[in-house]
Structures are given as C-alpha cells and as structure tokens.
Design a protein around this ligand. Sequence first.
Ligand SMILES: Cc1cc2nc3c(=O)[nH]c(=O)nc-3n(C[C@H](O)[C@H](O)[C@H](O)COP(=O)(O)OP(=O)(O)OC[C@H]3O[C@@H](n4cnc5c(N)ncnc54)[C@H](O)[C@@H]3O)c2cc1C
Length: 305
Amino acid sequence: TSLAAVRARWKYEKWHAVHMLTYVTIAVSIPHQFVNGTTFSGSATSATDTLARWYWAMLWTVSVGAFLAYRWLRPVWHLARHRITVARVDRNNDGTISVWMTGRSLQRLHPQAGQFFMWRFLAQGMWTQAHPFSLSKSPRGDVMRITVKPVGDHTAAIADLLPGTKVMAEGPLGRFTAHHRRAHGTVLAGAGSGVAPMVAILEELDSSGPIVVFLRARTASEIPHLDEVRELAHERGATLYILEGRRSEGWLPQGLAASMTQLAPAITASDVYVCGPKAWADAVLDEARACGAPEEHLHREEFAW
Ligand SMILES: Cc1cc2nc3c(=O)[nH]c(=O)nc-3n(C[C@H](O)[C@H](O)[C@H](O)COP(=O)(O)OP(=O)(O)OC[C@H]3O[C@@H](n4cnc5c(N)ncnc54)[C@H](O)[C@@H]3O)c2cc1C
C-alpha cells in the first residue's frame, strides 16, 4: 500500500488504517512463528535448517529493530536529549496558527529551512498522532517554528496547545532545502500553508543571486507571515509578487496574463521552489519548464500525504 500508484488512489485515512492493521497482523504472527512455525520450533536438524533460522531471525531483528529504533526510540531519545517544548502559540490574522518551540542543543538535529518533522504533541487527545509540519522559520539557535492551517480535528486542536507542552519530533525530513540549489538565482512560489517553508527558505538565502518570490492567495490577508516575507524580501533585494485573485486554470489568478520570464527574468538560471495546492503547483512548474527552467532546478514539496 505504500507504492506511489496505490497511495495516489487512496485517501490518507484508508491507507493509515491498513498500515495499522499490518502492524497488528505482524505482532500477532510473531508468537505463532515460535509456537507453530517450523523455522523456530523444535531443534534444527540440518545445516540448511540452521542457516534458515539465522536468516529469518536476522530479518525479523532488522525489521522490528528499525521500526522500534526510528519510530519510537529515536523520538524518545530526542525528547529526553533536546526537551522540545511549546513556548508560544500565535493565532495569526490569516487564520493560521504558529507554534514556537524551544529545546536544548536543537542545532545537533541539523534542521534546515524547508524541512519538516513528524510532530507529536504530548497533550491530552493529541499524543497518539504524529503529523508532518514544515519549519516556517529558519531554525536558528534553540528555537523552531511551524505554521499550521486548521483543516481538521488535529490541526484545529493545535490552537489550544499550552506553553510547556512536551513535543516528540521525528526528523528532520525532506530535501526541500536551499542546500539543494544548483543555480545562481532562486524563485520561491508558495500558496496557502505552502507559504510556510518559503518564509524559512527566504530567510536562509543571501542577496548574492536574484530572488523572486510569488505568493498566491485569493486576497493578501490570507497569506501567512506576509509582513515577515516583505521584510525579508526587502533585506535580500528580492522581488515579491502577491498574486491575488480568483482561481484560474493557470499559475496566475484570473484576469492576469504574464509569462514567468517577464516576472522572473533569470528563470533559466534559477532554482524554482514550489509548495501549494497540487493543481496550482503543477501549473507553476509547467510554466517554469515552458520558460526554460531545467528539470533539475525544480523543487517541489507536497503537503499531501
Ligand atoms: C511533508 C508535509 C509537510 C506539511 N507541512 C505543513 C505545514 O507546514 N503547515 C500545514 O498547515 N500543513 C502542513 N502539512 C499538511 C498537514 O500535515 C495536514 O494538513 C494535517 O496532518 C491534517 O491533519 P488533521 O487531523 O487536522 O486533518 P484531517 O481532516 O485528519 O486530514 C486532512 C487531510 O490531511 C492529510 N493528513 C492527515 N493526517 C496526516 C498525516 N499524519 N500525515 C500526512 N497527511 C495527513 C490527509 O490528506 C487528510 O485527508 C504538511 C504535510 C506534509 C505531507
């Protein structure tokens, strides 16, 4: 069920239920292997038997060990070592929620702007679920920030997190970072909650190459951290376009017509970072390709599961 072709057709909830059932099936089958299975019960009668036992024992140990190590032990170790804690929760004017977290020696996690963690907030009603959220501020010192758009139960509950809540974090994950740039210039295109990683990446860029930022929304008041983006763009000499208006088939709002080359003249020598709703992100990347941006300069983060 983790094949891309299957995931593309299934809703997250269905995939998650099957995934959890698989864990239960494996957990139930392990004792069965020892009691009834021929591999581990009784004594080995030949060299092939012994080899098979070692082979299966190793396979079980590596699989179960990797699950325990990466899904549980590492996050618990991070919790004990880094003590990530909610420091502040902001309800932003655009409807998003920003969670500021502090901890000890967070730089030893080597987080980069644009990456995400699987966050598990150890609060009542929330600790059973880990959800992915990107850093919305360049992680400096011992502070990290995420910005969340409430779309369901879990994301809505984040607004009520109390300062002091402990957090388990699995990560950092993802390659959507400024470190993977290959070109001189940079184009950042974000829409909706997809603006979050753009703020962090913009903060990490210097003004050595041309930077163009596209932020897409129905109205500017719906764009998270807009004042912060304006200030960062000003400091870095970046050109900022607020693409306001109704949805269209293309990458620009209805009624606007321009090519990406007109708005970002260095497009062929720029890395293009895109994060936003699928149809819009597809349209941005198609436009970038049509304007001559090489495939290896295109970077995309999808907030879909
Ligand atoms: C790599 C990545 C980075 C993300 N970064 C951000 C961010 O910075 N800001 C932000 O607002 N949103 C981000 N998201 C989306 C966010 O994780 C989901 O909106 C959130 O998990 C929804 O949870 P919910 O219970 O509130 O909503 P639900 O109603 O339960 O879910 C709504 C939809 O969100 C998706 N979803 C739900 N749970 C998960 C999960 N555990 N993992 C992946 N997808 C899930 C499913 O498509 C689901 O149908 C990111 C997603 C990914 C994959």
